[in-house]
Design a protein around this ligand. Structure first.
Ligand SMILES: Nc1ncnc2c1ncn2[C@@H]1O[C@H](COP(=O)(O)OP(=O)(O)O)[C@@H](O)[C@H]1O
Ligand SMILES: [Mg+2]
Length: 308
């Protein structure tokens, strides 16, 4: 199998779509990546993983895959495992890091064990377990599916009476349910690109938190870049993001999300191994602030040094 070398990129499979709840977002990311590759004269073909994936791979004899899949079945290590077995190099994190990052509860267990700051949390079998947790840490709480993305199934809960409904809402996604202490304050995200943190972005959703509507339907979230932190604080956050990324054995590119509390402490929320790549997404925004345009970004992700 040909490995990528400098400009000799060869034939690229842009893996997009799939079956997860984030299919629509993935189609948008994948199309943007595809356009960026084609505009640079690269031989790229879109491969919707919902259709017969192996057949499509066999048909084209690809040299490398750009994974633009979000959520379960694409971002979670399964496709990565298939590609390892198939012998096709791919972008981003490997099987292990992809699988761990898809599971917020296990991600947080690793961070916690390394004394990296992450809000108190619990995985809950039922609503009663949420009540027990609430009596220990208080309200507000975020109740979320451990395995989804795009803010699907998440509720901010202010009182005990609302816990059962929030539990059911999260459980409907088919994922285990977790609760996390709500951190009231500013939200930040840090992109990691080939071992370097990019400029930090502050997110200011008009809603109570960065929910699905704020992410994809409304147009009223403000993105601050420069992020409003002092230079020292921004560097502290970038260093923490890189540490958190490496702790999970993430590779290539990704995004680490944070909240900052009223005492200016940062708290790790989650790591995304295949963040959105539409031209309105956060990673392209951070890259742009570092002088890297969308086309260059796509190439940097594709040609990142990778083991093997
Ligand atoms: N512990 C928390 N405290 C405050 N806000 C949170 C917390 N967890 C999540 N949020 C808010 O909810 C949004 C979505 O949560 P997140 O865990 O990142 O799920 P997803 O994988 O769906 O993006 C975040 O971007 C943030 O605005
Ligand atoms: Mg998130």
């Amino acid at each position: 199998m040909t490995k990528i070398q400098g400009s000799g990129i060869g034939k690229v499979a842009v893996l997009l779509g799939g079956n997860s709840a984030e299919r629509e977002v993935s189609l948008r990311s994948g199309n943007a990546v595809y356009e960026a590759l084609v505009s640079q004269g690269i031989n790229a073909i879109k491969v919707d993983t919902r259709d017969d994936l192996i057949k499509q791979l066999d048909e084209h004899n690809f040299d490398v895959a750009f994974i633009a899949l979000h959520g379960v079945g694409g971002e979670d290590g399964t496709i990565q495992g298939l590609l390892e077995f198939y012998g096709l190099p791919y972008t981003g994190s490997g099987v292990k890091a992809s699988a761990i990052c898809m599971d917020k509860w296990r991600t947080k267990l690793i961070w916690q064990s390394l004394q990296l700051p992450t809000p108190q949390f619990v995985q809950a079998e039922n609503a009663a377990a949420l009540t027990t947790f609430a009596s220990r840490v208080g309200f507000p709480l975020m109740i979320k599916p451990a395995l989804e993305g795009s803010s699907i199934g998440i509720t901010k809960v202010l009182e005990e009476e609302k816990l059962p409904a929030a539990f059911s809402y999260a459980e409907q996604t088919g994922s285990p349910v977790m609760a996390e202490q709500f951190i009231s304050g500013k939200e930040f995200t840090v992109t990691i690109l080939n071992g370097e943190p990019l400029p930090v972005i502050q997110l200011k959703p008009a809603n109570d938190f960065y929910d699905y509507d704020a992410k994809y339907l409304q147009d009223d979230t403000e993105y601050l870049i420069p992020c409003g932190l002092s230079e020292a604080k921004e560097q502290e956050l970038q260093a923490l993001a890189l540490q958190a990324f490496l702790a999970l054995d993430c590779k290539g590119w990704g995004r680490v999300d944070f909240m900052q509390d009223e005492n200016d402490n940062f708290w790790l929320i989650e790591a995304n191994t295949v963040p959105g790549m539409t031209d309105h997404s956060l990673v392209p925004m951070a890259a742009n602030a570092a002088g890297i345009n969308f086309e260059q970004l796509v190439l940097k992700i594709l040609t990142a040094p990778r083991p093997g």
